[in-house]
Design a binder for this molecule. Structure first.
Ligand SMILES: NC(=O)c1ccc[n+]([C@@H]2O[C@H](COP(=O)([O-])OP(=O)(O)OC[C@H]3O[C@@H](n4cnc5c(N)ncnc54)[C@H](OP(=O)(O)O)[C@@H]3O)[C@@H](O)[C@H]2O)c1
Length: 216
């Protein structure tokens, strides 16, 4: 399966598979088995977050799998409550300790929390953690163009990706065009719209039939 997943190169040079395995709500022994079997089935990009309380589960699944660490791409995310610089640095270290990993391939700010207005401080912590070798590529989730602009204006460094809600019922055309202009990779969360109404949608079914694929 891994050979059939195309690779994408991010603006900092890191390559990632175009398709990844989300781990929200995968916890404990069953979660670790799910992560292990996803990797052994061909997934190489695994998406976790501090807030999913399953970074340890993901780390365990990685160790149980048959694939060397350097062939995997592991993402985690910084919670909104840790945007202050010192708290962000500690949270990144804590994320690594939980997973028992030496580094994350990707670390993303989970939400901009614009009312608190500390996301540039959090971004500076990610920039420094990348310099220290704790993270290979730094990005964000759920950032609007105005938030992305501020990161670049105030630190000179733009994210490698923005993970946003994106599926056939919410196609984010303007946001995606903005990412393309700025060479920021778009990554979709809830790509199946949590399956609400998608599996029996007639239009999507006809597209799937045309390409001889399943709806998912
Ligand atoms: N950055 C963010 O703010 C953010 C927010 C939400 C999610 N995420 C990430 O995105 C990942 C995916 O999002 P999501 O879980 O919300 O939504 P999703 O991928 O749109 O939907 C997941 C649901 O689809 C079902 N499903 C998957 N493949 C299927 C298939 N072939 N046929 C039928 N049903 C299928 C799953 O069922 P089963 O449960 O039976 O497998 C699960 O109920 C999360 O795990 C997380 O890593 C990030």
């Amino acid at each position: 399966m891994s050979q059939s997943i195309p690779e994408i190169q991010l603006n900092d040079g890191l390559t990632i598979p175009a398709l990844g395995f989300g781990t929200y709500r995968l916890n404990g022994n069953r979660g670790a088995s799910a992560v292990q079997s996803a990797i052994d089935s061909g997934y190489r990009l695994i998406d976790t977050a501090y807030n999913y309380e399953n970074e340890a589960t993901v780390g365990e699944g990685i160790r149980r799998s048959s694939i060397p660490r350097n062939e995997l791409r592991i993402t985690s995310k910084l919670p909104g409550r840790y945007h202050e610089y010192d708290k962000a640095v500690t949270a990144i270290q804590e994320s690594l300790f939980r997973a028992q990993l030496d580094y994350y391939d990707l670390y993303l700010i989970h939400w901009p929390n614009p009312k608190e207005d500390l996301y540039v401080e959090a971004w500076q912590a990610l920039i420094d953690a990348q310099k220290w070798g704790l993270i290979r590529s730094i990005g964000v989730c759920n950032f609007l163009p105005e938030h992305l602009d501020r990161l670049e204006q105030e630190t000179g460094i733009k994210p490698s990706m923005n993970q946003v809600e994106l599926h056939p019922f919410f196609n984010q055309e303007e946001q995606r065009a903005y990412h393309q202009e700025k060479q920021i990779q778009t990554q979709s969360w809830s790509p199946l719209a949590r399956v609400q109404n998608i599996l029996d949608n007639e239009v999507i079914q006809s597209v799937a039939d045309h390409y001889d694929k399943t709806v998912s």
